[in-house]
Unconditional design. Structure first.
Length: 152
């Protein structure tokens, strides 16, 4: 994907698994509404990999997109990849893997895990319905117990 296309996408939220990434803010919103923010370097790194998921992003492409006209070493790219992996782990963002392709770059793979499938199944709407149903059953049981006590 060209840099121009990436800049045009920057205002569009990107959805993956049960998460939404907002490139302009540099945040990921979980299904429960919790929002976590990335530092600018990680935001750009993550955005480039996500926009090019399942394709190899070369170190040169990442250098140009993330650091623009700043000269950085290969270690800076490796450190950003490592920091991004830590960020994803710390915030329990599952199903996202960043693989190192030796001497070339990185590839982001997104895959459903049992956990993300369960999260996807239980949306807020489903949970509200389940809670309403449970409350109805509880109310019925309370009324039934009161009726049985009243008869005695």
């Amino acid at each position: 994907m060209t840099e121009t296309n990436l800049k045009n996408l920057a205002s569009t939220p990107l959805e993956f698994l049960t998460y939404t990434f907002y490139p302009k803010k540099g945040s990921i919103v979980m299904q429960d509404g919790q929002e976590v923010f990335m530092e600018p370097r990680l935001k750009d790194f993550f955005y480039f990999l996500l926009a090019n998921k399942n394709d190899v992003s070369t170190r040169e492409e990442l250098m140009q997109f993330v650091w623009k006209n700043t000269v950085v070493t290969e270690d800076s790219i490796s450190k950003a990849a490592s920091d991004l992996r830590k960020f994803l782990t710390i915030h329990h963002i599952e199903g996202v893997t960043i693989e190192t392709i030796n001497k070339l770059g990185y590839i982001m793979r997104i895959s459903e895990t049992d956990h993300t499938l369960k999260k996807r199944r239980f949306s807020k709407k489903t949970l509200i319905k389940a809670m309403a149903y449970s409350f109805g059953i509880l109310l019925f049981l309370v009324l039934l117990i009161r009726a049985l006590r009243y008869e005695q």
